[in-house]
Design a protein around this ligand. Structure first.
Ligand SMILES: Cc1cc2nc3c(=O)[nH]c(=O)nc-3n(C[C@H](O)[C@H](O)[C@H](O)COP(=O)(O)O)c2cc1C
Length: 178
């Protein structure tokens, strides 16, 4: 699959077959995601791979009170994507380098998430990034280390459907020249 095809055919997959991706494949996906660009190559994104059904069910029951519950019930794998805080966008003494303040760390995490999703797609796995969950409680439950924050959940697995592509804005809307 070439890069443009990978970018254009990746979809948010919300329903999966009942087959766990192997550890080797999970590690290949994360190894590819490690090549995401980041602020001064700080590489602040971290991934917790949750495969245990009981754990996934408890996460749904306690921390995902939305339509995302059904996605996680279907998914054999869930990445909790965390970031090390206070590095990306900051000087060594802790002062923000730009007027974006702590915005760059979320930016880096987004870049890392998309790289993870594209790598997964290239390797035959579907994914969906999820932003709606009870963050503080889940952070504690997953024992996210001090100095890190939970940013997003990414469900993953072998797709059992090929979702239709939601429409995209035209270049004439997206692009201006000066
Ligand atoms: C930051 C972010 C948060 C998202 N949160 C959710 C979510 O909570 N639940 C969900 O089903 N999809 C979620 N999505 C997926 C978007 O709905 C999806 O990317 C968008 O509709 C475009 O569809 P596509 O990914 O198939 O191209 C999220 C995507 C992003 C980037």
């Amino acid at each position: 699959m070439d890069t443009i095809e990978c970018i254009k055919t990746r979809r948010s997959v919300r329903s999966y077959i009942n087959e766990k991706p192997g550890r080797g494949l999970i590690e290949q996906v994360v190894s590819a995601a490690a090549w995401a660009p980041s602020w001064k190559n700080t590489q602040i994104a971290r991934y917790i791979a949750i495969e245990d059904r009981k754990l996934l069910d408890e996460i749904v029951e306690r921390f995902v009170p939305s339509y995302n519950a059904r996605i996680i019930q279907s998914a054999p794998l869930l990445f909790a994507v965390t970031m090390m805080t206070g590095r990306s966008g900051f000087e060594r003494d802790g002062t923000p380098t730009t007027d974006r303040g702590d915005g760059w760390q979320m930016f880096d995490c987004g870049v890392a998430c998309q790289t993870l999703c594209l790598a997964a797609h290239a390797m035959g796995l579907g994914t969906v990034i999820m932003g709606i969950f009870e963050r503080k409680g889940l952070e504690q439950f997953l024992e996210v280390p001090e100095g890190q924050e939970l940013v997003a959940l990414v469900a993953a697995g072998y797709p059992d459907t090929t979702p239709a592509a939601p429409p995209r804005k035209d270049v004439s809307v997206l692009l201006t020249y000066r």
